[in-house]
Every structure is written in structure tokens, then in C-alpha cells.
Design a protein around this ligand. Structure first.
Ligand code: SAH
Length: 451
């Protein structure tokens, strides 16, 4: 039986859904970072449990032909870009296989066509958003990313997948904090002021929002800090303070206060203008999200008489993109600022046939059914945990001709698809779209048609 620190020669046989190499030894499955299928390695055992183990590379004996060289290990260690060591072509195949495997294993659907993952032409520097911890290391304020499963900050200045303007602002803020001697948060002693910086940038407009997450309201010499930021970065249109005085992993607290400029920034998607509030969700890869939405819209085969439900609507990006081609759009979203954005965005774009409510999707769906609203197409775009059983039942009861399922987690999508199949829908096809190049994250659109 292997134990901690043992060395053993193994071959990597697969990639886990998190992108770690998988090796098998003595009937145990081992997960190894920075190891690709086909590679023969000497592995040092880090940990063994009854069913599985974790190992790390001691040395490589052979390399995969698909390995990309000269990738900074910090990108893998911190999980910013945990697939960066795999060629992009293979990343796209990996994602297609993730979707197909989940449909096969969980939904028992081996035959549904899962198309090739639609990839990016230039799969770098795409993220329009960053959430960066601020900590002190060896006496100095640093910004970077936490090492996976830890709160040890790894200082980074080139984030590889973020828009370069965002990296520039982060590095500028780090230097500014040093100059103004602002204290970074210390988790152990629960002291210090600055916990995180969040930055969002309108992909097309270039407008930037900065959120400073602090432990308490007062920021020493804040006027000078703001002056410095906006004179160096005039594209910063909104600076917001978020106060998080709680212990724990949540990045954001409940209180927001606008320190400078607007409460929102603006961007465009598929030709419409969108205002985005700090707490609202906005897809991090605008170029590919537009492709994703367009596929979802094309797959939905909409016509002028259709009533559409946009569930998990965020700031209304999907619903407002289809509103002009259908009779009415009903949207639901649980974050109140996002719902306000969606209502404002409808008005701003001259769209009058949408109704956005603030509620859980499951509650709203039940209410709409009770009110006798008869959707023709239901578009869902839930978070990783997928749909609630009550939502699935209520939505199936409407007898909508199609459910267009946008998913960021193929395993919960497969679970939900299985339920829809039991309730009279059939999964016709799935198109994966690469919204998160260089990472293990998988996004796809599935079409469920009523039998
Ligand atoms: N369709 C939008 C948002 C998708 S992200 C877009 O493409 O931008 C998922 C959204 O679901 C988030 O805005 C989140 O706040 C919201 N959400 C999470 N749980 C929810 C629930 N139970 N009911 C309604 N909305 C929910």
C-alpha cells in the first residue's frame, strides 16, 4: 500500500474534469497536477485515502505531444489557467468529451450529437473581469491569486487570460497602495483594510469599474487615491467601495457605496447597450458569450408570435437580444440590482415587450404557470448547481415547445436533462462553446424539444 512521500512510476491515463492528470495504481485513482494523458512520470505521493490519492510530479519520463512548453506553473497552481499546459485544440476536444461523458454517464444518453467545441481565435487576454486578493508578503503589499485550495497569495503581474488593461490597473493599484501605505487584510489576525480589488471592463466600450473591498468604511486619504486612479486611468467610470467585515471566504460583503462616478458601467452585446451594476452577473468573455447567445437564439427557432421565458436573466442580455423577434419576454433573476439593470436596459434600448421580476426562478415559474402564461420557448441559464426540481416540473407543465438550456456545468445539465426526458422532452443536440479558454470550465447550449 502506498503512503505519503512514496515514489512510484505511473502513466497518466486521463484528465479529470478539473484538468488534473489521472493515474491508476493498486486499484486507486491518483490526481496529479500538471500531468497530461500519455505522460510517464515518477510521482511523489502527497496523500492517500481509501478510494483515491493525490500525487505530484517528481520527474517526467515522457512528455505528451500536446503539452505546451514555457507555461508559468503559477497559472496552473493558482487555477487561473489550469489547462494552459494543454494545446488549445486538445482543450476544445476535452470540453466536448466532458459534455458527452456526462450525458452518457448521468443522463444515459449515449447518442445525442455533441458538436465540436466552438473555440476562440486568440484564446488569451479575454477576461473582462478580475477578482484579486490583496495581501502582505515579506513586508510588502502584493496582488495575485491564491494557490488552489489555500489562501496563500502567489504574486502575479501578468494574468495571461485577463484583458491587458485590467492587468495594468491591478498593478497600478498595488503600487499605489504601497505608496499610500494602505494596509492589506490579514486573515489570521483579522486586521488591515484592503481585502480584494474587483475590476470589470466593458469589452467594447473600454469603460472600467473598480470595486475596493475593505474591512471597514474609512479609507485613509481616499480622495487622493481616487484622484490618482482616474487621472492615470480616465476610462475608470465608476469606483465603488464594498464593505466586508466578516471572517470567511466570501469576497463581497452586503454594503456598497459609490465613491466616484456612476453606479454602473456600460457595454454592448449583440448590438444592444447594457448597464451593469457591481453585484450583477456579466459573462466574463464577451466575444464568446455573444456567440453562445447567438447559438441559443438560432437553436430556439423563434417567431413573432412566441412568448419566451428568460430564466436566470441577469441584466437581461439574452431576453433583450430576442425581444425584437418575439411577442413577449418574461425574465426572472434573484439579484435585485441585476433586475433593475434589466428593466433599465430594456428602456434604454427602446424595448417595450419585456417583464423582468426579482424572484427565484422556481417561484416565478410556479407563479407564471398559475397566471396562465403560456411560453413557447423557455431559455434557462442557471448557475453551476443547475435547476431546482420544482422549476423543472413547473416548466415542463407549461408544455413549451422547447427548453433551451445554457449550462456552465455539464454534470448538473445532464441530471436536469434526465428529468426533462422523463417529463416528455428529448435532448436533440448540444453545442459546447469555449467561454473559458485555458481553464477546465465548460459551457454549452442544449436543445430540449417536446415530444
Ligand atoms: N443569463 C445571464 C445570467 C446568467 S448567470 C447572462 O448570460 O448574463 C446565472 C444568473 O442566475 C445570475 O445572475 C444569478 O444571480 C442568477 N440566479 C442564481 N440562482 C437563481 C435562482 N434560484 N433564481 C433566479 N436567478 C438565480
Amino acid at each position: 500500500m502506498l503512503k505519503k512521500n512514496d515514489l512510484v512510476d505511473v502513466e497518466i491515463v486521463d484528465l479529470s474534469h478539473q484538468g488534473e492528470g489521472i493515474a491508476k495504481h493498486d486499484g486507486l485513482v491518483f490526481f496529479v497536477e500538471n500531468a497530461l494523458p500519455g505522460e510517464k512520470i515518477t510521482m511523489r505521493v502527497l496523500k492517500v485515502t481509501k478510494k483515491m490519492g493525490f500525487g505530484k510530479i517528481e520527474s517526467y519520463h515522457t512528455y505528451s505531444p500536446h503539452r505546451k512548453k514555457n507555461i508559468q506553473v503559477d497559472y496552473l497552481r493558482t487555477g487561473i489557467a489550469d489547462l494552459a499546459h494543454l494545446s488549445y485544440e486538445e482543450q476544445l476536444k476535452f470540453k466536448q468529451k466532458q459534455v458527452a461523458d456526462n450525458l452518457y454517464k448521468i443522463a444515459k444518453l449515449p447518442d445525442v450529437p455533441v458538436f465540436e467545441t466552438l473555440g476562440m481565435n486568440n484564446p488569451k487576454h479575454y477576461r473582462n473581469k478580475a477578482q484579486i486578493p490583496v495581501r502582505r508578503i515579506a513586508g510588502q503589499i502584493e496582488t495575485g491569486f491564491f494557490r488552489k485550495q489555500s489562501h496563500d497569495l502567489v504574486p502575479i503581474s501578468d494574468y495571461f487570460i485577463q484583458e491587458p488593461e485590467i492587468d495594468k490597473l491591478i498593478n497600478y493599484l498595488r503600487d499605489l497602495f504601497r505608496r499610500f501605505e494602505l494596509t492589506p487584510y490579514d486573515e489570521t489576525s483579522q486586521t488591515g483594510l484592503i481585502r480584494h480589488i474587483l475590476i470589470r471592463r466593458g469589452h467594447y466600450t473600454g469603460e472600467m469599474m473598480l470595486v475596493l473591498v475593505t474591512t471597514r468604511p474609512k479609507i485613509f486619504r481616499i480622495e487622493q487615491v481616487i484622484d490618482a486612479i482616474v487621472s492615470e486611468f480616465p476610462q475608470v467610470k465608476s469606483i465603488i467601495q464594498n464593505i466586508n467585515d466578516q471572517k470567511g471566504n466570501a469576497i463581497l460583503g452586503k454594503t456598497y457605496k459609490t465613491l466616484y462616478g456612476k453606479d454602473t458601467i456600460t457595454d454592448t452585446m449583440l448590438g444592444h447597450e447594457f448597464s451593469i451594476s457591481a453585484p450583477a452577473f456579466y459573462q466574463v468573455n464577451t466575444e464568446m458569450a455573444e456567440k453562445l447567445y447567438q447559438i441559443a437564439i438560432d437553436f430556439s427557432d423563434l417567431s413573432a408570435a412566441d412568448v419566451v421565458i428568460d430564466a436566470f436573466s441577469g441584466i437581461g442580455t439574452i431576453g433583450l437580444s430576442v425581444a425584437n423577434h418575439v411577442k413577449h419576454v418574461y425574465g426572472v433573476e434573484v439579484i435585485k440590482e441585476a433586475v433593475r439593470d434589466a428593466q433599465h436596459n430594456a428602456k434604454q434600448n427602446g424595448i417595450t415587450n419585456t417583464t423582468y421580476v426579482c424572484d427565484s426562478a422556481e417561484n416565478a415559474m410556479a407563479k407564471w404557470v398559475a397566471e396562465g402564461i403560456k411560453p413557447d420557448v423557455i431559455m434557462v441559464d442557471p448557475p453551476r448547481k443547475g435547476l431546482a426540481e420544482s422549476f423543472i416540473e413547473a416548466s415542463a407543465k407549461t408544455k413549451a415547445r422547447q427548453i433551451t438550456y445554457i449550462s456552465c456545468n455539464p454534470s448538473t445539465m445532464a441530471r436536469d436533462v434526465k428529468r426533462y426526458e422523463e417529463l416528455g422532452y428529448r435532448l436533440e443536440k448540444v453545442q459546447p462553446v469555449d467561454l473559458f479558454p485555458q481553464t477546465h470550465h465548460v459551457e454549452c447550449v442544449g436543445v430540449l424539444v417536446r415530444e
